[in-house]
Design a protein around this ligand. Structure first.
Ligand SMILES: *[C@@H]1O[C@H](CO)[C@@H](O)[C@H](O)[C@H]1NC(C)=O
Ligand SMILES: *[C@@H]1O[C@H](CO)[C@@H](O)[C@H](O)[C@H]1NC(C)=O
Ligand SMILES: *[C@@H]1O[C@H](CO)[C@@H](O)[C@H](O)[C@H]1NC(C)=O
Ligand SMILES: *[C@@H]1O[C@H](CO)[C@@H](O)[C@H](O)[C@H]1NC(C)=O
Ligand SMILES: *[C@@H]1O[C@H](CO)[C@@H](O)[C@H](O)[C@H]1NC(C)=O
Length: 381
């Protein structure tokens, strides 16, 4: 049963981790493209047709600017790789009357010295540019030609921001969240094989986050609760034990997967996030001790069993505290959309309230039982 559970959870989690992006379409506003690709951050997508005869590319770039007065940008970086400086950008925004697209030559000064980003001539010959907006989701259409012999594998860079100065069309800086800093990659337009590369680690981070929040941060606390609170009901014996074991084993198994992904992430983290990493290692060690402790637990009648109980409970509660601290630390590092953090806080509140109610019930049951056994004792005497 535990393995079926694990399978269901893993597939759900993987779907969740991947579902964060938009779903691209090759058919946009009556125009049909040969290929499309979800870009790995900011929910953007790219559709295109490579025209072999003219060696040119028709494209449609779609991204949600999130606020009506914001901007979305897409561009090729022909010289410097998939990074911001050097990008020959097309930027769409609402001017005082209509949605408009302008060209911006994004220089190193913009990133490194805060130079204003103003409309400027670009080296890529973009033609037939237009844009459409639906609510705040913008699509930029256009065409560009590849020079003879130029590889069709381009460096693309995209982003979005919340404001544009309508006097000189200066763009307000985009956010500095990881998703905004990592919105770049490559795409091979000739083969239709899109290697939106350069960013495998963002997906890895998201998957690591989802696995760990669900496994360590939700399943394990539920397992602890089932052990503490179900046990008082006669009908729930030994059900509570199976629930406890099922939750903890599933949580531990998935958690170890998420933990392993975290170890992988050290390769990409500069600098390494030691606090988050060391807490993660401590949690893994404590949780592994807990699993071993269950395997090696003394019999119920054994004299050392009460000591084992104290040990198992102390390490268990300590572990839960460390887990919650580290999940919030993870939120700080990953900076996912705030709804994810809110969702986790909501889960914690629900678990907390349920625990509080059950805790009170447990004490009531405990007092009643004690009184009853006192009464029985008296009656016997
Ligand atoms: C594109 O055109 C070149 C020469 O014009 C040809 O060699 C190549 O096979 C074509 N590629 C595709 C995918 O049609
Ligand atoms: C606003 O954008 C539209 C479409 O690009 C353009 O025709 C119009 O002149 C622009 N208006 C101003 C005030 O810039
Ligand atoms: C873009 O800016 C860079 C750096 O200032 C400059 O060297 C380049 O010529 C500019 N490109 C165009 C097309 O003006
Ligand atoms: C840009 O492309 C258009 C259409 O293909 C062409 O007419 C124009 O001459 C090109 N401009 C430059 C500077 O290459
Ligand atoms: C420009 O785009 C429009 C709309 O998709 C299309 O009908 C037209 O053929 C394009 N023109 C060129 C020169 O590519």
């Amino acid at each position: 049963m535990a393995s079926a559970w694990t399978w269901i959870l893993v597939t759900t989690l993987l779907a969740l981790a991947q579902g964060a992006n938009a779903v691209c379409s090759t058919s946009i506003s009556n125009r049909v493209f040969a290929s499309c690709q979800d870009l790995p951050s900011l929910g953007a997508s790219y559709a295109w047709t490579f025209n072999n005869a003219t060696n040119s590319v028709d494209f449609a770039f779609t991204e949600d600017m999130q606020v009506a007065g914001g901007w979305v940008a897409w561009g090729i970086n022909p010289t410097n790789g998939p990074i911001m400086p050097g990008t020959q950008a097309l930027v769409a925004f609402q001017n005082s009357t209509a949605l408009t697209v302008k060209e911006y030559n994004v220089t190193l000064d913009v990133r490194d010295s805060g130079a204003p980003l103003l409309p400027s001539p670009v080296s890529v010959n973009y033609t037939n540019i237009s844009a459409e907006v639906s609510s705040t989701v913008v699509t930029i259409f256009g065409t560009f030609a590849l020079a003879a012999g130029q590889s069709a594998k381009i460096n693309q860079v995209w982003n979005r921001g919340s404001a544009v100065a309508l006097t000189n069309f200066q763009l307000a800086q985009h956010d500095l969240s990881p998703a905004n800093l990592l919105s770049a990659g490559n795409i091979d337009l000739s083969t239709g094989i899109a290697t939106a590369a350069g960013l495998p680690h963002q997906k890895l981070k998201n998957t690591h986050g989802v696995f760990n929040a669900v496994a360590w941060g939700i399943l394990l606390p539920i397992g602890v609760m089932s052990a503490r609170y179900l046990r008082m009901f006669a009908w729930a014996d030994p059900l509570w034990f199976y629930m406890h074991i099922a939750c903890q084993l599933t949580g531990y198994t998935l958690g170890v997967v998420g933990w392993g992904l975290g170890l992988q992430l050290q390769k990409y983290a500069t600098p390494i996030k030691y606090y988050h990493r060391n807490l993660g290692i401590a949690i893994f060690v404590f949780a592994t001790l807990q699993v071993l402790a269950v395997v090696l637990r003394p019999k119920k009648e054994s004299k050392v069993r009460p000591f084992w109980n104290v040990y198992h409970h102390t390490i268990g509660y300590l572990c839960i505290i460390l887990i919650i601290v580290n999940i919030f630390e993870g939120f700080e590092l990953l900076e996912p959309a705030s709804k994810w953090k809110r969702a986790y806080v909501a889960v914690l509140i629900v678990l907390g309230v349920v625990s509080l109610v059950l805790e009170v019930l447990t004490w009531i049951v405990w007092f009643r039982r004690r009184q009853q056994s006192k009464l029985e004792l008296k009656n016997q005497v």
